[in-house]
Design a protein around this ligand. Structure first.
Ligand SMILES: Nc1ncnc2c1ncn2[C@@H]1O[C@H](COP(=O)(O)OP(=O)(O)OP(=O)(O)O)[C@@H](O)[C@H]1O
Ligand SMILES: [Mg+2]
Length: 251
């Protein structure tokens, strides 16, 4: 469970300050998938950076699985993030000098899983995203959709309690985006991962359990028309139901 209380973050702008988050509050249940929407520049990426502790809030609190991330020092936050949080970015952020399997394995090795166990798990994760035959492919030779599937395998390989996805399909064509989103939802749901997806795409938002909008620095329930049962377009959707399994000790 993620609890956000009275989160504030401003950036200096000229002589003044631009207040991006202004007392944002919210709660994400263990295992739920939530979409966060809002206009460009409203602070969605800033919010994710504060949740995972890449950035520090001016005030307020982020709690994940009972641990207060905002009270941790930098080294603690780095270790916490590495163990309990996975990321999927719009531009994949893979290491181009490594192959697909090595990219996934790195996330495991950073968490102390090494050798045959790590190789086995990274291969299994890549198979789960349909890339079992591309383990040795250089990632810069893969298509955008394939690269994002490697990124999803990497984000979930160490079974983090939380996965943060910042416009994970923003750089993909519509059909590939649907396929990649289905894999992300299905993997997160089958593992009981709390998934927060920042998106501009109503079709994606409609597939989340809940939609929140970041507006004037606060998180509010989004318009019902963007909810899970709303008409979210014609794209085919077959992700499986949930069967939460929690192994990281944080939820
Ligand atoms: N490190 C920073 N220094 C100064 N200003 C920043 C910094 N990071 C973000 N901002 C500002 O904070 C505001 C929110 O940025 P953020 O990237 O969180 O928006 P966003 O909602 O993710 O937008 P988009 O949908 O375009 O990705 C923007 O006005 C941005 O310029
Ligand atoms: Mg952003």
């Amino acid at each position: 469970m993620i609890v956000i209380r009275q989160l504030c973050r401003s950036f200096s702008e000229g002589a003044g300050a631009h207040r991006v988050l202004d007392g944002a509050e919210g709660c994400f249940r263990a295992g739920e998938t939530a979409a966060v929407v809002g206009r460009s520049g409203c602070g969605k990426s800033t919010l994710l950076n504060l949740i995972c502790g890449i950035d520090r809030a001016d005030s307020g609190e982020v709690q994940i699985g009972g641990r207060i991330v905002t009270a941790m020092g930098e080294p603690q936050r780095t270790l916490f993030r590495r163990a309990h949080i996975g990321f999927v970015y719009q531009f994949f952020n893979l290491l181009p000098t490594l192959d697909a399997e090595e990219n996934v394995r790195l996330a495991l090795e950073l968490n102390g899983i090494r050798g045959a166990a790590a190789r086995q798990r990274s291969a299994a994760m890549l198979s789960a995203v349909g890339l079992g035959d591309r383990l040795r492919s250089a990632v810069d030779r893969l298509s955008g959709g394939e690269q994002q599937r490697v990124a999803i395998a990497r984000a979930l390989a160490h079974e983090p309690a939380v996965v943060l996805a910042d416009e994970p399909t923003g750089n993909l064509d519509e059909e590939t985006a649907s396929q990649v989103l289905r894999m992300l939802l299905s993997l997160a749901r089958s593992r009981g991962t709390t998934l927060i997806i920042v998106t501009h795409d109503p079709w994606i938002a409609a597939r989340a359990d809940r939609v929140l909008e970041l507006r004037e620095g606060k998180l509010v329930a989004a318009d019902a028309s963007a909810g899970p049962h709303a008409a979210g377009g014609a794209r085919h959707d077959t992700e499986s139901g949930r069967a939460p399994v929690r192994r990281t000790g944080i939820s």
